[in-house]
Ligand binder design. Sequence first.
Ligand code: XIL
Length: 452
Amino acid sequence: MRSLRSGFSLASALTGLATLGALLAGATAPARAADAPLRDLAAAKGKIIGSAVNPAKLTGTYGDIAGREFNSVTPDNAMKWESVEPSRGTFNWAPADQVVAFATAHGQQVRGHTLVWHSQNPGWLANGTWTPAQLSTVLQDHITAEVGRYKGRIAAWDVVNEAFNEDGTYRSSIWSNGLGQDYIANALTWARAADPGAKLYINDYNVEGVNAKSTALYNLVRSLKERGVPIDGVGLQAHLILGQVPSSLQQNIQRFADLGVDVAITELDVRMQLPSTAAKLTQQAADYKAVMDACVAVSRCTGVTVWGFTDSDSWVPDVFDGYGAATPYDESFTPKPAYRALAGSLGGGTTEPPGDGCTAVYSVVNQWNSGFTGQVRISCSGGALSSWRAGWTFGAGQRITQSWNANCTQSGTAVTCSNASYNGTVPDGSSVTFGFNGSWSGSNPVPVVTLS
Ligand code: XIL
């Protein structure tokens, strides 16, 4: 699969394409069947490949991919305190139950997330006035209720989430302020009592490399082990920035493993400044591969969970201004280079699925005050297609109003165009063009087109 960005001029796009086509002709593999799903590749290596999932979305294409590609799921929000117990003693298990049922139906593990955190707590808890004894009881009751409900059905719990500051001191929170540092040991002990079969983790961010924060976590785990407190693993969230995988990642995983605990990458995403470009997507693939490679290299690293598998369902754009495109699938559910990098790291073929050797070039053919005509030319050289889908994300509010020689749909900013009945076949050495009219205002930037 190739992504290309063209200029506005059709002539220059075609000249560029001809040159690129000539360059690619000798370098690309012939079209071949798609690789095995990630979960099959991971299972062959004894690893987990998971995703955070939103229970409300587990149908249609989203549900198909979640079930097909992953052998573990983590509810993105459904098991957090504010979701589960919005008012005291009133539980709302339905969304969490949905994730567990989906996992059961698809032979997947569930990672429970999360029991003790400073964030996403209900108002009655966060704003309540508690004596230490009351707070301790509230916490024990919560852990006992939630872990107990899913006893035997959760492979691993993120019992404690984000306990540290960047400098390695304990974060100030309702828990550390009210109960002191031993809330961590108590929470682990209560969780063990409620489900002796679940692996119990402490989870945090910015602890992927060796640094002050990860060293504080390391010292905590060592002391918990020494004291006989139940602790089975450490979760490295891995919310990473493009090109910034810490070089000490594998060493850091190894030092935790050497303490006698498992390590899981629990929330991987690699955010980039928007708009995404082919070069950024290539760097992102290298970053995903570096993380999976480090996990594969350490036997006690259980696997990698991505924090959402599609750019249409990622927390990144909501939280990190100007950043996005952080997951392995784009907004139209087309696998990105990062997806193939994960597959490659798990031992899958590094050659590309059908469409390999085929490129798509988007150009604006004509533009007037509020409308424009665009086209996409799909050309194959050293590959061929028997059916195709071209997808892209409009960056400036453009909307497709009409299309020809393809069936185009737009959902939000995501456009997907699939072949018409008569032009699905693109033989080696030939091309197919489809067109559309759209509306624009302000600017009309050319998007990156991904073929699948
Ligand atoms: C995020 C969710 O993805 C968002 O939908 C929500 O609004 C905020 O929380 N670290 C964690 C996760 O442990 O629970 C967070 O999930 C992302 C950062």
